[in-house]
Design a protein around this ligand. Structure first.
Ligand code: PGA
Length: 251
């Protein structure tokens, strides 16, 4: 059966020293809890190797927030999937709406990134989600389906089985405005149907689909109680150990 997962997305926050401290705190807190879900933190590239050296990979997973769409070479400023993997990280967030919106990531670049992540043994946490106008004009189901089809349906069934999905309605990210648990459940069930139509029910049932967008300790229990919501991708509330653990303990 699919896993429940709570993953932190630190975004462009914390210095190296602050990040290492936060990772140590989360690692320590997890040692003293019996978490009922997998827990992952996704940190800036600069933090990965140091964080990897202070956490126990058996209780806390580590990921990057992005990787390059090329193998290696003359791409100044880029960080490859192989480089990420060489730090000890095992996950990578791909297609976050902030990357799509501010850095022009397209389905084409995302297909390259997904392929390179998988080739280097990284588990992609692939983000999808509609903007407010699409929620309001009622096209959100088609929009999210297109993001999945265009970004992921080139994969073999075996490779698709390695993907974690994160549904993050853009209007809920960092806004304090969460999708209701019913809105999240409806979308997650839709996403699972889209996957089942392509890869079959077994793979769809085994795919973890996380919710992201102003998820916090107070609303996580209701969101996570929904049958198709398998955890969360957490931005703001992953930056303080107690807040993040409050969400982990929602399971
Ligand atoms: P948020 O961000 O929890 O701060 O809304 C979630 C995300 O963008 O992954």
């Amino acid at each position: 059966m699919r896993k429940n997962i709570v993953a932190g997305n630190w975004k462009m926050n914390t210095t190296l020293q602050e990040g290492v401290k936060l990772a140590e705190e989360v690692n320590e807190a997890l040692k003293n809890t019996s978490a009922k879900c997998d827990v992952v933190i996704c940190t800036p590239f600069t933090h990965l190797a140091s964080v990897a050296s202070v956490i126990d990979a058996n209780i806390l997973g580590l990921g990057a927030e992005n990787c390059a769409d090329h193998v290696s070479g003359a791409y100044t400023g880029e960080v490859s999937a192989a480089m990420v993997a060489s730090t000890g990280a095992r996950y990578v967030i791909l297609g976050h709406s902030e990357r799509r919106q501010y850095y022009g990531e397209t389905a084409e670049t995302l297909r390259e990134k997904v392929a390179l992540a998988l080739a280097n043994g990284l588990t992609p946490i692939f983000c999808i989600g509609e903007v407010l106008a699409e929620r309001e004009n009622g096209t959100y189901n088609e929009v999210v389906k297109a993001q999945i089809v265009d970004g992921l349906f080139q994969l073999s069934a075996e490779d698709f089985g390695k993907i974690i999905l994160a549904y993050e309605p853009v209007w809920a990210i960092g806004t304090g405005k969460t999708a209701t648990a019913d809105q999240a459940q409806d979308m997650h069930a839709h996403i699972r149907n889209v996957i089942a139509d392509k890869y079959g029910k077994e793979i769809a049932d085994n795919t973890s689909i996380l919710y992201g967008g102003s998820c916090k300790a107070s609303n996580a229990p209701e969101l996570f109680s929904k049958p198709d919501v398998d955890g969360g991708l957490i931005g703001g509330a992953s930056l303080k150990c107690a807040d993040f653990m409050g969400i982990v303990n929602a399971f």
